[in-house]
Write a protein that binds this ligand. Structure first.
Ligand code: SAH
Length: 224
């Protein structure tokens, strides 16, 4: 999967993309991430990418021309399956959407800033919009990073078998069961006996039961 990210703060991604699973996905050649600084596509002598909104109202908007120039430049080199815009009123991300996006080939993610972007970019260039929650961030970079992390870990070969994404919350319509590691007894807080029994069948049944209980308690809306 190739992901082109358009942003005015490319350095915001450094720590996130150069560590852990995302860097492993990149090193293994499963994901290629290219960051594009929108200012490089501004013809303004001060490299400005924002302007005042018509009708006032305060705040600035990202201008059309640099974004159009950047997307046109990218499209001249390859075809894209989707051109995403991060937006608070976009489609709310959930595991099902992430699953479906993890099979895409080439995508662009446009990160907004200020009060957002000129509506005409959304109408004529953007093919999908996603939100990471019903709250407002100061920019789309964190949303783009969330998207890339969630998608990259699903690409076959990125996670080892021991970390199989299929056993995580939401994949089977249930949240994950409680989990324990050593020591067996910490200050009298004990690991449930059944997990030490070595009986795979009983353990699997216990985990399923716990997952169902937790889903009922914490995500009742997920139950059919
Ligand atoms: N005026 C806009 C908010 C702009 S916030 C409104 O009221 O809807 C600045 C930028 O941050 C947005 O353009 C968007 O790209 C990004 N952003 C903010 N909240 C987001 C969210 N919940 N999910 C995804 N992107 C978000």
């Amino acid at each position: 999967m190739r992901i082109d990210i358009i942003t005015i703060f490319p350095q915001m991604f450094d720590g996130i993309f150069n560590n852990s699973i995302i860097s492993r996905a990149v090193d293994k050649g499963k994901v290629e991430i290219q960051l594009h600084n929108l200012r490089d596509f501004s013809d303004d002598k001060h490299k400005r990418v924002d302007d005042y909104p018509f009708s006032g109202g305060g705040g600035m908007l990202m201008k059309i021309e640099p974004i159009a120039k950047c997307i046109d430049f990218l499209k001249a080199h390859r075809n894209y399956d989707e051109i995403f815009y991060t937006s608070p009123d976009g489609e709310l991300l959930d595991q099902q959407l992430i699953n479906s996006y993890s099979t895409l080939g080439n995508i662009i993610i446009l990160c907004g800033h200020y009060k957002g972007i000129d509506e005409r970019i959304r109408q004529h260039y953007i093919t999908k919009e996603f939100s990471i929650g019903n709250y407002v961030l100061s920019g789309g970079e964190l949303a783009a990073a969330v998207f890339v992390d969630a998608v990259a870990r699903l690409i076959p070969g990125v996670l080892g078998d021991e970390m199989s994404a299929l056993s995580d919350s939401f994949q089977d319509g249930l949240v994950a069961p409680p989990a324990y590691t050593r020591p067996v007894d910490f200050n009298g807080w004990k690991v449930p006996e059944i997990l030490l029994s070595g009986n795979d069948k009983l353990i699997a049944e216990w985990k399923l039961e716990q997952s169902k209980l937790r889903t009922k308690e914490r995500r009742p809306e997920m139950e059919d």
